[in-house]
Design a protein around this ligand. Structure first.
Ligand code: ADP
Ligand code: MG
Length: 325
């Protein structure tokens, strides 16, 4: 549970945050008690100096609910109680256009999750600034939906209740909320499991519930941290197709962290390749392909060429990251 620094890992922070994303008000508290799926256990998680002020959907989304993101000279250094400070991001700059699908690639430990948490407003921005739709990020908001690397569900709620939970704060009639929940449960292929509890589901199914819960809220900005990493390859391919279909139906700004170069090229308009820690932007590669539910795209010479090009960029950085160890 604790890392070399004696601190809870960011991934665990992710669990905490996901569980309270909807209960935004709670995030400002210094410690959160949470129960996690699998083994239900309680942990006190310190959330880093999150400002109690938070943006609301109305003040941080454009009128059509979409958002562009500006990352302006962002530096982030972790200062663990024990051990040396870790410079995770170093003067990072880039702009994501409204409704653009960006994939974030880079070696393990280069600061991808850190960047996602900062955009999500879950950690204080130490240096630089991030704006979403022109609004400075000062805390979490329901305009930004996040799917963490590790599924985080309420173990005591059923699939339906987990998906419904995020919708409770939207002022919709109950029947409409139920209808939305059913639609997204079906979309992620979990029809028939509405009444199941997380403990009765496989890892991949749990992650699909987490994805359904976030998508159901229909945030203008979708932040996804290796969301398909735990899925088997078949489910992963299906979920990729679904994500493209959802994005086509209701384009939103997406920041999608992945290790998988093919997945990045398949899904994204542009791929941001980050350098080994401290994370900087190494190169932004245009990867817009004719999208659709057409798996043949991956067979085209253009696609194969892009994958090769990006893979070479990533490999150089992975080698650099290995040397840091
Ligand atoms: P990625 O998601 O790209 O693998 P992270 O953003 O999780 O990388 O982490 C970036 C760097 O910051 C890594 O070296 C990691 O070990 C370090 N780090 C992450 N969280 C903490 C923390 N809470 N305390 C100290 N160091 C951390
Ligand atoms: Mg990560």
């Amino acid at each position: 549970m604790r890392d070399a620094y004696g601190h809870l890992r960011t991934a665990k922070l992710g669990y905490a945050i996901n569980l309270v994303t909807e209960a935004v008000g709670a995030v400002g508290r210094p410690a959160l008690h949470l129960a996690m799926s699998h083994r239900v256990f309680v942990a006190a998680v310190k959330v880093e100096h999150v400002s109690p002020t938070k943006s609301s959907p109305s003040d941080s989304s454009t009128s059509d609910g979409t958002a562009g993101i500006v990352i302006d000279d962002v530096t982030h250094e972790y200062q663990p109680a024990r051990g040396r400070p870790v410079l995770a991001l170093d003067h990072l700059n880039f702009t994501i256009r409204p409704r653009e699908f960006i994939a974030l690639l880079g070696p393990s430990g280069c600061g991808k999750s850190t960047l996602l948490y900062l955009i999500g407003g879950f950690m204080r921005i130490q240096n630089g600034r991030i704006t979403v739709s022109g609004q400075l990020v000062t805390g979490p908001g329901s305009d930004r939906g996040i799917v963490f690397q590790h599924f985080a569900l309420y173990p005591w709620k059923t699939v339906r209740e987990n998906v419904l939970y995020g919708l409770t704060k939207q002022r919709l009639p109950k029947s409409e909320r139920l209808e939305i929940a059913e639609r997204f449960i079906q979309l992620v292929g979990l029809r028939g499991f509405e009444g199941s509890y997380p403990s009765q589901l496989s890892g991949g199914m749990k992650q699909r519930v987490a994805i359904a819960r976030t998508l159901a809220i229909d945030p203008g900005t979708l932040l996804m941290d290796e969301p398909f990493g735990a899925l088997d390859s078949q489910t992963r391919a299906l979920m990729q197709e679904e994500l493209i279909a959802i994005w086509n139906q209701s384009p939103k700004t997406v920041v999608f962290v992945t290790h998988d170069v093919r997945e990045a090229v398949l899904l994204a308009d542009r791929v941001a390749v980050m350098s080994a820690r401290p994370g900087r932007l190494k190169e932004m590669v245009d990867t817009r392909m004719p999208r659709g539910l057409n798996a043949d795209v991956a067979e085209t010479p253009e696609f194969i060429e892009k994958v090769k090009y990006i893979w070479n960029l990533v490999r150089d950085e992975a080698v650099a990251a290995e040397r840091q160890r």
